[in-house]
Write a protein that binds this ligand. Structure first.
Ligand SMILES: *[C@@H]1O[C@H](CO)[C@@H](O)[C@H](O)[C@H]1NC(C)=O
Ligand SMILES: *[C@@H]1O[C@H](CO)[C@@H](O)[C@H](O)[C@H]1NC(C)=O
Ligand SMILES: *[C@@H]1O[C@H](CO)[C@@H](O)[C@H](O)[C@H]1NC(C)=O
Length: 507
């Protein structure tokens, strides 16, 4: 009876021990965090004095392996190893020194994460469990774009991404910028995400909008996860901030510029601040055709980080350049539109060309008027006026007529209030604000005579004839003289108005 009762008590005790505690062994540590590559030692303490064998079990990926170690003073007697323990000689080491039994697991791999270790007496089914938690420090971080130097337009957003290697616990990413040797933390415009794995990859994106002050600034990221391990730093990227030319000014800045033929004029184009240096190109547009100007250009650029380029074009327009437009164009950053200056149109001014084909039209000439016509020459780009100087052949009094250009191909003009049946000498020239042409050669023109003839007597006729001949002789002599004087004066007048006046005074 007593032995039955003892047996029942023993069974109950065994069951209660099995169900409620593994009181015979105490395992330390429970749930050990261990950095990948490190060793960890688990210690099992036996509470019963007569137990000197411990069974270690390792449950790894659903497969359980056992190993029994026994002894009272290490090294252990290890009689049986199962399955994975086959390689225990290098992977594990055991220590037996009753009541303490230890197993050291060497060179922990991330694959051993969540391995459950337990120790118990042989004959028991289980004991206290210690779960190995493997920490994986970040080993590397990649940054993209991965350039050492990045060209970026001012005020253009750029995104940098740092991606960690697999890590546990999850890594934190910190962004830094280095300006003039001073490193500072960036804490805005950062988004971060981490994969949901035990060993997770963290991706952090920095959105950066560099201004020109960021030229030369370096950025990088730094990641860390496990205390007491050095943070890992990404490579650094230096900003090469590009500043596209935003504007160009041209001077003189006029839609139209009046310029005397064959007179040099200088145009200057100046860019806004730019990086890299802007190039300035000059163009002219003639009859709708744009062509490149590549001569007589001088250019200079300031030596600043953000430089201003000045280009000067020296141009000597001929009258063929009348109506030609010029402008400059500047560019510096690839794939940005060049910037164009305003256009200036040349209004090339010159003295007019001489009128042509100056003649009188006999059919339209009357007793008191002479009908004249001529073809205007080029007006020099300005309104021109025609000047006619005429003189009765028998007189020294010069008369003047000024006629504005009408734009017709042929100008007609009638001199009126003239003497009957008289010979006139005429010259024409043209003028505008810039100057005058030389005078034409002398044109002789006659007014018509009165058609009604007098019935004169023979005597009267004879006397009249004789007197007439005498008068004609005298008049002819006078006329020849006057004509010569007139010619002289007129010739002189061609060169100098004052001389002409004097010449007339002397008459
Ligand atoms: C792990 O233990 C072995 C010896 O058993 C030793 O050589 C090695 O340095 C240890 N590793 C670490 C990270 O302490
Ligand atoms: C963050 O982005 C906004 C909008 O892009 C910008 O205005 C702000 O300056 C940025 N902050 C920093 C510190 O770059
Ligand atoms: C450049 O200037 C020189 C001297 O002023 C001139 O002879 C030449 O025609 C100019 N070239 C052009 C293309 O205008």
């Amino acid at each position: 009876m007593g032995s039955r009762a003892n047996a029942v008590v023993f069974v109950l005790w065994t069951i209660s021990e099995f169900l409620y505690c593994n009181c015979l062994t105490i395992l330390k540590p429970i749930d050990a965090e261990v950095i990948e590559g490190n060793n960890i030692t688990l210690e099992c303490k036996v509470l019963s004095a007569n137990v000197n064998t411990i069974r270690w079990s390792e449950e790894f990926k659903g497969v359980t392996a056992f190993l029994e170690a026994s002894g009272t003073k290490g090294p252990c007697d290890i009689p049986r190893a199962f399955q994975y323990f086959a390689s225990f000689t290098w992977k594990y080491s055991f220590y037996c020194a009753h009541p303490v039994y230890r197993v050291t697991i060497k060179n922990i791999k991330r694959a051993e994460h969540n391995t459950e270790w337990s120790c118990f007496r042989p004959g028991d089914f289980s004991g206290p469990v210690s779960t190995i938690k493997v920490q994986v420090p970040v080993s590397s971080v990649s940054v993209s774009p991965p350039q050492d130097m990045i060209d970026i337009k001012e005020n253009t957003a750029i995104e940098f991404t740092c991606k960690t290697s697999e890590a546990r616990p999850k890594a934190t990413v910190t962004w830094y910028k280095v300006k003039s040797g001073v490193t500072s933390h960036i804490d805005q415009n950062i988004t971060s995400s981490t994969t949901n794995d035990e060993f997770s990859i963290t991706t952090s994106t920095l959105r950066f909008v560099p201004s020109r002050q960021h030229n030369g600034v370096r950025i990088f990221c730094q990641v860390s996860n496990v205390a007491n391990t050095s943070p890992v730093q990404s490579s650094e990227t230096t900003f090469n901030v590009l500043l596209p030319v935003s504007s160009v000014s041209i001077s003189p800045s006029k839609d139209t510029i009046d310029i005397k033929e064959n007179t040099a004029i200088e145009f200057t184009c100046q860019t806004s601040e730019a990086r890299p240096h802007a190039t300035v190109t000059w163009y002219k547009v003639k009859s709708g055709v744009t062509s490149h100007i590549d001569q007589n250009i001088t250019s200079s650029t300031t030596y600043d980080e953000f430089s201003i380029t000045t280009s000067t074009l020296r141009f000597v327009p001929s009258r063929q350049h009348n109506g030609v437009r010029i402008f400059c164009q500047v560019s510096n950053v690839a794939n940005t539109s060049p910037v164009q200056s305003s256009e200036t149109t040349f209004n090339v001014l010159s003295a007019p060309d001489s009128p042509l084909e100056f003649r009188y039209v006999k059919d339209l000439t009357t007793t008191t008027s002479i009908h004249l016509e001529w073809k205007p020459g080029y007006n020099g780009g300005l309104p021109q006026t025609f000047h006619i100087i005429y003189v009765l052949r028998s007189s020294s009094t010069l008369h003047y007529a000024n006629i504005d250009d009408t734009g017709e191909d042929v100008i007609e003009y009638t001199l009126t209030g003239l003497s009957e049946e008289a010979q006139y000498e005429l010259v024409i020239y043209a003028s505008n604000k810039i100057g005058s042409t030389s005078k034409s050669s002398i044109l002789s023109a006659h007014t018509k005579g009165n058609e009604t003839t007098n019935n004169s007597s023979l005597i009267g006729g004879v006397v009249g004839g004789v007197i007439g001949v005498m008068i004609i002789v005298v008049v002819v002599v006078l006329l020849i003289r006057r004509h010569n004087i007139f010619k002289v004066c007129l010739n002189r007048y061609k060169h100098d108005t004052e001389i002409e006046e004097r010449c007339l005074d002397n008459q």
